[in-house]
Ligand binder design. Structure first.
Ligand code: HEC
Length: 147
């Protein structure tokens, strides 16, 4: 008689709550993993670049014609430095005569003041891989009509 009682109760008491706990931990992990993996289905570098742009440039630069403290960067590749009307540029940027391409952007972002002494943009991206991702993202952000 006592054996039946034992078999009957033990599984419920010991496995029940712990199993539930494990299952919810697993589903939380699976959700986090799915969120991590999802952007890579679009294009790893584009998504990376977009995320980094938002984190490191987005406070000062928008992607819409409309300024924050820095000039908007829609269609920046192929654009003359310091050429957006209404943006607050340093004299150094306006006088630089640079036309932004991948190479000049790469040099600028590595050490802004080395390329343009006197620029008021001092934020740098020292990591070459991160610069490449951001530049790839910028390259994809060309204006739809004439800008
Ligand atoms: C703290 C604000 C700030 C941050 C953050 C910032 N910038 Fe700037 N950026 C500026 C300002 C201000 C200028 C204008 C500089 C000047 O005129 O000397 C500028 C200018 C530029 C220009 C030249 C644009 C033109 O029209 O000639 C580019 C390109 C640029 N930034 C890219 C970036 C990128 C990419 C990032 C992120 C990695 C970034 N900036 C982060 C403030 C910022």
């Amino acid at each position: 008689m006592s054996v039946t009682l034992f078999n009957d109760r033990l599984p419920h008491r010991t496995i029940g709550p712990r199993l539930l706990c494990k299952m919810s931990a697993w589903s939380a992990a699976a959700t986090a993993l799915a969120a991590l993996l999802n952007p890579t289905t679009v294009s790893a570098q584009q998504a990376d670049g977009e995320r980094m742009f938002r984190q490191r440039c987005g406070a000062c630069h928008s992607m819409n014609p409309g300024q924050k403290s820095g000039p908007h960067l829609t269609g920046v590749i192929g654009r003359t430095a310091g050429s957006i009307e209404g943006a607050r540029y340093s004299g150094a940027m306006r006088a630089s005569g640079i036309i932004w391409d991948k190479a000049t952007l790469n040099t600028f972002l590595a050490t802004p003041r080395r390329l343009i002494p006197g620029t008021t943009m001092t934020v740098a991206v020292p990591d070459a891989t991160q610069r490449a991702a951001i530049i790839t993202y910028l390259e994809g952000q060309q204006p739809k009509a004439n800008n």
